[in-house]
Design a protein around this ligand. Sequence first.
Ligand SMILES: Cc1cc2nc3c(=O)[nH]c(=O)nc-3n(C[C@H](O)[C@H](O)[C@H](O)COP(=O)(O)O)c2cc1C
Length: 222
Amino acid sequence: MDLLEVMRTTFACREFKNEKIEDEVIHRILDNARFAPSGGNRQGAHIIVVKDPEKKRKLGQLCESVLLLYAAQQKAGEVPYNTIKPSSISLQEIETKTGHDFEMFNKLDEVPLLLIVSVDLSEVASMDKDLNRIGIVTGASVYPLVWNILMAARNEGLGGVITTAVVPEEESVRELLDLPEDHAIAAMIPLGKPVQQLSRLNRRAVEEFTTVDSYKGDVFKI
Ligand SMILES: Cc1cc2nc3c(=O)[nH]c(=O)nc-3n(C[C@H](O)[C@H](O)[C@H](O)COP(=O)(O)O)c2cc1C
């Protein structure tokens, strides 16, 4: 596929046809995705191809309370799991404030392919580690790989979605998948043949988020 078409049409796919993905295809996706950069080229990422339906089901289950809290915060007009604005949602409220679409996570054992991408924190230079804010640079040593996987999958006619709902339950995942102590989960990626391929993604225009010389500078436009 044309690179620009892949870049512009790799959407968040959460509904898959019931078609198996052969190991050769999985390998080809990862073989293309592995050229992603990482800080110092240290390549501390690890991928677990979760084939066991029982493990997939458990991973979906682990997301349940996280999704409930996320949905409740969203419903209350908050930015879910935000580090700047604290949440006002109590655990009691979560049980009543439901409504999120749990379809994919409830049937995670049925997704054709499930990948867990983690990164070895003992291999990453986290350049913002001493700043008085949440770290962002650490993720940059693994998310290029995560996104390359999605784009390589798109090139194979497949679709998927970056999910992070399992991350708050990282300790349970560590036990379930024997994840080493220093590994942090970056994403859980369900993949498969999309039921429907979207082609027009809802994104802000360049002019809406680009300025010249300063944040308050002129809008960058041609
Ligand atoms: C860091 C990150 C975390 C995400 N976590 C989840 C998640 O836990 N569950 C989910 O269904 N989608 C998740 N998504 C998918 C986003 O909702 C999706 O990429 C976004 O809404 C754009 O969708 P579109 O490409 O179909 O327009 C995540 C995406 C990113 C980049």
